[in-house]
Design a protein around this ligand. Sequence first.
Ligand code: SAH
Ligand code: F3S
Length: 500
Amino acid sequence: MTKRLWIETVGCQMNVLDSELVVAALRRQGWELATASSEADAVFYNTCSVRQHAEDKIYSALGRIRQEKLRRPELVIGVIGCMAQKDQLLVRSRAPWVDLVVGPGQLHQIPTLVADVLAGGGPRLEVSLDRKAGSRDAVTLSFESYDPDRDPTMRPTPFQALVRTQTGCDKFCAFCVVPHVRGPEQARSVASIVAETQKLVAEGCLEITLIGQTVNSYRWNEGGKMLRLSDLLEQLNSVDGLERIKFVTNYPRDMTDDLIAAVRDLPKVCPYLHVPAQHGCDAVLSRMKRGYTIGEYMEMLHRVRESLPHAAVTSDFIVGFCGETDAEFTRSLDLVRSANFKNSYIFKYSPRPGTKAFERQIDDVPEAVKRGRNQMLLDAQTVVSLAGNQPFIGTRQQVLVEGLSAREEKNGGLPSVDGQAQLMGRTPCDRIVVFHAPLRLIGRLVDVDITATAAWSLVGVVADGLAEAKLLDELPSPASASALYAIALPTRTPTGAARA
Ligand code: SAH
Ligand code: F3S
C-alpha cells in the first residue's frame, strides 16, 4: 500500500529546498504526501538551529507527536536538517520516540533509512563529522551535497525554483551555528547549475533564486579559470525562457564591482540584494567577527547605489549581542535610518553552543532589553520602509503572481463569486504586491498598477485587467498555489518576527 509522508519545515530557503528534494526522493519510491500528520506513515521535521526558538518549536512538536506514536508505534518519526547535526544523540535522549536523526549532509540516505526502519531495523542516526573532527577534506566529504535530478511532476511550484550554488559556510561569524551544522563551503559546478536551470525552465520555470549561505562568495575553478557569481549570472541570463534570476544571501565583503555590474547589465538579474549588515557599530561587528567595519559596509552600499539606484537592498540585524550597550545599539538605529533598506529581518541574539561567542563572550543583555531594542529597530525600519514604498504609487510594476495573499490563505482561499481572489506576487525588486484577480493568473507575469502602499507591501490592480482575465480564461489553469504547497512551509515576513 502507498505510504504517506508529512513534513514540516522551519528555517531558511536551504531547508525549503532540502524538503522539496526529500519529498521528491520518497515520492520516487512510491510515497505520497499526507494531508495531516495523523494520516501519515512517516512524520519528518526539517529543522533549524540558528536560534534557540527554532529548536524549542521542534522539541514541542516532538512532544505533541508522541501521542500519535503511542497510538501507532509503526509511525516513523524523523528529525532531519541542522538540529539533527547539532544535537545528534541528544535528540533521542530528549525524545526517544524519534526513529531517524539525519543531518543536512546525509539527506541522500533518507529513502534507504526509512525502508530500514519500516523493516524493523530500529532507530538510525546519520550525521556528518564535526568541523574539528578531521582534516578539512574528511569533514567536507562527510557533508555530501544533495542535489539529485528534479522530477517536474514532483515540484511544489512549477514556475519558481530554488537552485543551490554552494553548501556550507567558512566565515565563522562568532554568533552563527551555520558553519558547524552545514559544514565547509562547497560550490557546485557552473555547468551543473546551468544544466539544472535549463531543465527547470524547460519544465515551465520562470524565476530561479540561487541560494548559498554567502552566495556571492561563489567560486568555481573551470580548467584553471576562476569563475565567480557574476560569470554564473551571465551564463544563466542567456537561458532562453528564463525571466528572472534572484540570489541570496550576500556577504558584504564579497559584493564586488563585477557582481554589481552583472546585476546592472544582465536584464534577467533582479535588482534585489540581501546584504546583511548585522550591526551598525564597529566594536560589535568586531566582537561578531564579521570581518568589516561600518565604513566598509557604507562604501559597498555607495557602490551599489551608484550603479543600481533603483535596487532594493535588505539587511539582517541582531540586537542584544554580547556586551551591546545602549550607545552601541544606537548605531544600528542610525544605520537603519540612513541606509534606506527595503526591509530588515531583526533578530534577538540567541547564544548557540559550539560558536565562538558562546564559548568566549557573555550573553549579558537581558531578554527584556533585547525585546525593547528589537521593537525600536523594527519601528525605525517600518518608517523607512513606508517611505521607500511611497514613490511606487502610480507606477506600473511587473509582478510574478505567486499565489493567494496571506489574508486569503487565512480565509481558506476560496475565490469570491466573481471567481477572483486576493493574490500576491513580487516585483523584480522583491516587493510584495497584493491585488484582486482570477486564480488562473497564479504562475504568470502580469503588469500591476500600484494604487496604495503599506510598509511591507504594495497594493494594486492588474493593468488592463478585463482583457487580461478574458485572454487567460482560454489558457489552461496551473494548479492553485495552496494545492501546490502541500508541504508545510515557514512563513517569510519582512519583520523577521515569524521567522523561526
Ligand atoms: N548566510 C545565511 C545566514 C544564516 S542565519 C543566510 O543565508 O541568510 C540568518 C540570519 O540569522 C543571520 O543573518 C543573522 O542575522 C541571524 N542569526 C544568526 N545567528 C544568530 C544567533 N545566534 N542569534 C540571533 N540571530 C542569529
Ligand atoms: Fe552564518 Fe556568517 Fe556564514 S552569518 S552563514 S557564519 S556568513
